[in-house]
Structures are given as structure tokens and as C-alpha cells.
Design a protein. Sequence first.
Length: 398
Amino acid sequence: MKASKTIFTLLIPSLLMVNPVFAEEEQADSKYCGGYARTGFIETDEENTSDESSFAMGGEFDCGVSITDNIDVRVGLGTSIDPGINDSNNAKVHGDFFDANKNSYVMLAEAMLNASFGNVEAHLGRQIFDSPHMDSDDLRIIPNRFEAYQLNYAYNEQFNFGAAFVRQMSGWENGADQSDFIDVGKALGANNGSAYVVWGSYEDDGLSIQAWDYVIEDIENIFYAELVYGADYNNDISYEVGLQYDMGREIGSKKLGNIDADTWGISAALTYKIVTLSAAHNRNHGSSGALASLGGGPFFTSMEDQTLDAVTGNDARSSTIGIEITPLDDLVLGAVYSNFGASNDSVYEVQENNLYIAYTWNNRLTLEGIYADIEDKNSANDKDQLRLILTYSFDGPF
């Protein structure tokens, strides 16, 4: 992952996954253009190694045209540009903003056809596809995207069902070159492989339940289930609790070897006026490690740097405790403490602390900043990371 699931991501994004995000919000007009401009800075300082940092500018611009009342086509470009002020030593340039050679790039990020007929929607092509084990994880200049062909059926206001064939992935977490779409299997570490995904969800009166099944050719079968319930105790106090289960097994020719993951998680949050306290715990009982994801991943305890699937050794476990304050409607401040380890602490034990801020102005300008302090108890190579992202959203000429 390397996604920041601090308090608001411990709790709220699990609800967003109940119905997958198929694409950018549909427009009522027959023609539409828009996008965002973004600038970012990231720096990682690791003891006993060379530090890395980068500035980047970029964003996305896409246009859509309605062919009929039920069908539209969308095409969009994405770019991340080195502004020319980064270190001339390529080894000191942080690669998270650029292509495999740490250079600027432009790509066809979106190319999709959308169709709706009654309660059925189809979304075909390059798009945002947010699900537990494949997601956009929009934490850099350009988010992860997938070439996917999917159908979604809204049975009623509570029940939704869907299926997808996912062929390729681009983005900063595809493991090869974020400026290119590569096979899903290659992004996971094999030589190739596509994914077949089915899901169902229920949401009503504060309760959300979702279940997903992934079959990734000759690699693994994943089953994921989640339950989240939230309610208001009174006008000042609200609470939310969550449960999750994640299972993975190798299939076919086992291109990534034996996979035996059984991971569960629990989260809880209590809000009083502008203050939220939260805690979460994950543990894997399988004979292999917790499952990796193409994106941020589903685990309640994921931090800016550490995720449960990074833990080596038996019985991986992770815990988080956090506080979040919302002094203004558009301003969020927070801090999270976490511990990641194995049954034998001498094999793996890492503590990570996150401090973060998020501010939105006029629904157009967004500032996101996060500082991560990572301490490896079994190594002298502790590190810290700072990430700042400023985004301006805009409408196009028509």
C-alpha cells in the first residue's frame, strides 16, 4: 500500500468501498471537460542511506461526450512533470512521482465507455476502480488506474451486486512503471495474469456489509468481507465499529508460490463534537504473510508507510491508536501511533507515528500533508517521511 489510513481512513473509506467507485462523477451535460492541477513534495530520510526527495507538478484533464441518454465516452490525459529543481544526482530523486527512470511523463490515463440501462451500469476501459484489494490510492500526483470491464446491478437502495474483469494497472503502486499499464499479475510480482472479481454489498441505517471474491489467474483466490456499523448516541456523541476478514489461497500454477493468509481486523471510533478517538487491530493467522494489494489495501491499521503485508515472520499483527480534531468544517488535524510485529519481535517490530493535516477551500483547493516517523526496533535504519500535496480542481471550457 503505502497509503495513509489514519483515523478518517480507518473508518470512512470502508464505507466508500461498499459500492465501487467506477469513474469520476458522471455529468448531466452532453459534453464535459475538467480535471485538476497538482503540485507535490515528498522527502524520505533514512539513516545510514542516501536521502531522497522530489518536487513535481502535474494533474489530469479529461473530457466526456454523451452519445445517447444512456451511453457516454470519456478520455483523459495525466501527467507528472519534474519542474527542474530536483537534485541532479538521480539517486537522490524520490521516484514516487515519476516514471521508472525518474523522468516526467504524459499518459492516456482514462479511456472508457459508460452505459446504464435501468438498474444495470457498465464501465469499460481505463478507469478508477476502487475495491478492497485494488484501488486508486490517490496519494501522489496521479492515482492508480485499472483497465477493467465491469457490470454493476443495483437491486434496490440497499443491495448492490457486481462483476469485473481487470486486465491491467497503472500508477505509483504497480511495481514497475507508473506511466504504463501492465498486467495485474505482473504488478503483483508474477510475469502476467488477469483478475476476475465479483462482489455484493448491503447498506442501510448505519450498517454496511460487503463481500468480495478475486480470482487472479494462476496466482491466488482472495475472499474479503467487512461489516461496519455507526450511529449517533446523541447530538454530540457518535460511534463506529468495524470487523473485517481477508483470506487468500494459491491457485493454478502458483506463480507466486504457496499462499495461505487468514487475516481479521477490528476497529472502533468514538466522536465527541470535534474530537474523534480511534483504535484498530489486525492479525494474520495463516502460514504465509497477509495479502498484498494493488493500492492501499483493506486493512484497518494501514499507515503512511507500514502495512500488515510488510510484516515478515509468523502471526503478523498490527495495532493503531489515534486522535483526530476538526476545528473547522474544512480542516482536519490528526495523529496516529502504530506498532507492527511478528510473534517473535526479534524477527519484525516496527513502530510508526503519523501526523497529518487536510484542508479544503471552496470545494476547489485541497491541501494534504502527512509526516511519518518510522522506527525499526531490529535495525539502525530508522526513517521519516514528509509528503505535501496541493490540488486545485477545475471545470473545462464546456
